[in-house]
Design a protein around this ligand. Sequence first.
Ligand code: F0G
Length: 370
Amino acid sequence: MYTGLIDKYRDRLPVAADTRAVSLNEGATPLIELKNLPALVRKKVSIHAKFEGANPTGSFKDRGMTMAVTQAVEEGARAIICASTGNTSASAAAYAARAGIACFVLIPEGRIALGKLSQAMMHGSVVIQIRGNFDEGMRLTQELAAALPVKIVNSINPYRIQGQKTVAFEVIEALGDAPDYHALPVGNAGNITAHWIGYSEAAGESTQALRASAGMRKYRTPKTLERRPIMLGYQASGAAPIVRGRPVENPETVATAIRIGNPVSWQQAVAAGRESGGWFAECTDDEILHVQKMLAQAEGVFCEPASAIALAGVLKDLELGKIGEGSSIVCTLTGHGLKDPDTAIAQSAKPMTADAELKAIERVIRERLK
Ligand code: F0G
């Protein structure tokens, strides 16, 4: 039976052999080949979606949270804290509940998707809505964690990054190799850092990003890879500090998960881009929503807006010729579409209403079958 990524990859993670994992059986998410989309955009490419929305709380954060909370419990922590645009708080709340410890979350008031808010509330965390944005919440959280007996579980916690690197191991196992390109959204920039560490370890290569793991328990990742992918990081036009090369004071985007103006792992993300020969680029909100819907309707895969930017960016760079035909590409779809029902409903056709009688409904269906 699969019991989560710490049990599966224990020898490749900074965990002792006898440490009991705080786990919800996260990881082992599907790698789905997009079979209809390439033809739809008239490109000969292989695109796979790593659907992280299939994690227990519906986002990739669970990979990092199982490690961060396992370590926090081992260190004797009684409480954890995070700033969040939504998914981190949902995951932290769930893993804290699992571990039987307290959880405090700071979120920007009115700016997190409904599904995520419901998760943090339902799992019993203390939800503190701040009149400010994520970046302000992040700064406050670091100050609070320094002053109080609460362990920070944002991705500046290196155990988060360690857990999240396992996504690369799963892609390698599924494809038998690295893809040519690996694309993902960039917000606080921890996940692209983690992906790059995973691929680098599997290739037996060093990376600047690994320095954050200094002082952690030793582990050994076996070499299973001959080459690393080119990393592509995409940001929303209204929240694109890395693309612009400077912090964005008032970030704005429909993809609230990545509404971040001053990412904590900025330098490591830039290093991942540079070391892999990749790049950072931006997509507009319209492009994000268009591709979110296209993916839902052409492939049956429902991801949240922030996740769709990985594919939106890839399709744009294919069109621009920056990615060549014949390439193999993996897009990490970081979170489930159900996280943000408001945005999905706002851009979809309204359901129709009919009397509860056969004839009326039959007429509607006949009309649609024409
Ligand atoms: N996609 C989703 C769905 C996210 O929730 C996030 C980050 C990202 C992408 C970006 O990943 O920060 O590692 O670059 N969400 C954080 C949160 C900030 O608080 O839930 P990143």
